[in-house]
Design a protein around this ligand. Structure first.
Ligand code: 5AD
Ligand code: SF4
Length: 439
């Protein structure tokens, strides 16, 4: 086998989609004889799976490339490749950052990784594979071994063109994976012992939107819910404009579907939402939240939000803070806007001063910390269903699991309950987790 005895190290930046791609690349290379390495120094092949969605992760990718250039001087036989969204966006331009780079591979070409490595191995210089191929949805072998939670891609790409977002440019147009393949993969994972499935896509609610012969997203959820042995189903990410009434109702009647919806709102002001090309208003968003809570009152709602978008006034920002107070999110992922070359918003002046962006981000995070803590504290005394994932990374001698609403719970317990669903009495709500005791 091409990779027999060789070791591969993958450094991943960015989102769950990227983590999933890294898992698939590792599984693909393992099927060609490669083994995982624990650090770049001991690897024969080093992959940096990059993220271009904001400036910060992109800069981190360049800084690691600097270190790898040094590493290649000490070990010229090591092969270094850049994959992911920065690979797609910058392509051959990446050799300006790292002249000793061996290859660049975009997210639409990861199935060609073994071929590309072979080309590099046999003397090919500077291979650059980017772009998206027409035709069937490309899916790769399953990683081996049982995992309590596993992600399954149901769609790739995005058609929404939010004006700040680089994703449609680097991940291509929406492509939905055939439901029979999705269901077969989930059945196989559940047979191997997986309890929780996370359905992945940039905009999962638009699943097979233009294919009348395919299941709709809520129909797909219902089929997954009926797979024997499955404990939990989650999905991410939802776009407010595509979250249908039928999907909202699924939270009420599908027993396996967890009571958690990640629903980015990005901004609280209609003027900003309009310039962001979000195609929903603040009122649309609040109506969805109300409907979700009518169906499941304790549903956990999390979101993404941005501060400092071009032209965002203090009054616009206050509307974001106000929306947060009305909704009381269970958790919030908040970012400072950074222009991404090639997007519509990058043509407009990035006119909010860095200090103002920072101040807005901090006020928003202070408010959210208060809300999160208040909501976590309120859970003390309740009994929650917890799926046990493993030992706690932060609290010694404790095990860790998650509630259906996706809150982390630490509690005392033995190895016999690993991977199982147990009942836990919550004893204390903290800022980032809960404490509990096994019932
Ligand atoms: N600047 C800052 N944040 C961004 N996001 C996407 N593009 C940008 C950008 N140019 C945020 C959005 C999105 C999350 C994944 O990243 O909030 O939902
Ligand atoms: Fe980007 Fe908007 Fe698509 Fe999300 S929905 S990936 S923010 S373009």
């Amino acid at each position: 086998m091409a990779g027999a005895g060789k070791r591969v190290y993958i450094k991943t930046f960015g989102c769950q989609m990227n983590e999933h791609d890294s898992e698939q690349m590792l599984a693909l290379l393992t099927s060609h004889g490669y083994h995982g390495a624990t650090c770049p120094e001991e690897a024969d092949v080093i992959l940096v799976n990059t993220c271009a969605v904001r400036e910060k992760p992109e800069q981190k990718a360049y800084s690691i490339m600097g270190r790898l250039h040094q590493l290649k001087r000490d070990n010229p036989r090591a092969i270094v490749g850049i994959t992911g969204c920065v690979a797609e966006q910058r392509g051959e331009g990446l050799w300006d950052h790292m002249s000793s780079l061996d290859f660049v591979l975009g997210p639409g070409k990861i199935h060609r990784l073994p071929e590309v490595l072979h080309a590099v191995d046999t003397g090919g210089d500077g291979v650059c594979a980017t772009g998206f191929e027409d035709g069937p949805f490309v899916h790769l072998p399953l990683p081996r071994g049982c995992r309590v939670r596993a992600s399954v891609t149901i769609m790739q790409g995005c058609n929404n063109f939010c004006s700040y977002c680089i994703v449609p440019a680097v991940r291509g147009r929406e492509r939905s994976r055939p439901s029979k393949d999705v269901l077969a993969e989930i059945k196989s994972l559940v047979e191997q012992g997986t309890k929780e499935i996370l359905l992945l896509g940039q905009n999962v609610n638009a699943y097979a939107k233009h294919d009348p012969a395919e299941l709709t997203f809520p129909q797909l959820l219902a089929k997954i819910n009926a797979i024997p042995g499955i404990e939990r189903i989650r999905f991410t990410t939802s776009h407010p404009k595509d979250l249908t009434e039928e999907t909202i109702r699924s939270f009420g009647h599908l027993k396996r579907l967890c009571e958690h919806c990640h629903l980015p709102f990005q901004a609280g002001s209609n003027a900003v939402l309009e310039r962001m090309n979000r195609r929903h208003t603040r009122e649309d968003y609040l109506a969805l939240v109300q409907r979700l809570r009518e169906v499941v009152p304790h549903l956990s709602i999390t979101a993404d939000v941005m501060v400092g978008f071009p032209g965002e006034s203090e009054a616009d920002f206050s509307q974001t803070m106000e929306l947060m107070q009305v909704v009381e999110f269970d958790a919030l992922f908040s970012f400072k806007y950074s222009p991404r070359a090639g997007t519509r918003a990058a043509q407009w002046p990035d006119d909010i001063a860095p200090a103002a962006k920072q101040r807005r981000l901090e006020s928003l995070q202070v408010l959210q910390r208060e809300i999160t803590l208040k909501k976590n504290r309120r859970l003390a005394g309740e009994i929650k269903e917890v799926l046990v994932e493993g030992y706690s990374r932060h609290v010694p001698d404790q095990i860790m699991g998650r509630t259906r609403c996706n809150r982390i719970v630490n509690f005392a317990g033995g190895p016999d309950i690993m991977g199982k669903v147990v009942q836990v009495r919550i004893t204390e709500g903290l800022q980032n987790s809960l404490r509990g005791e096994l019932c």
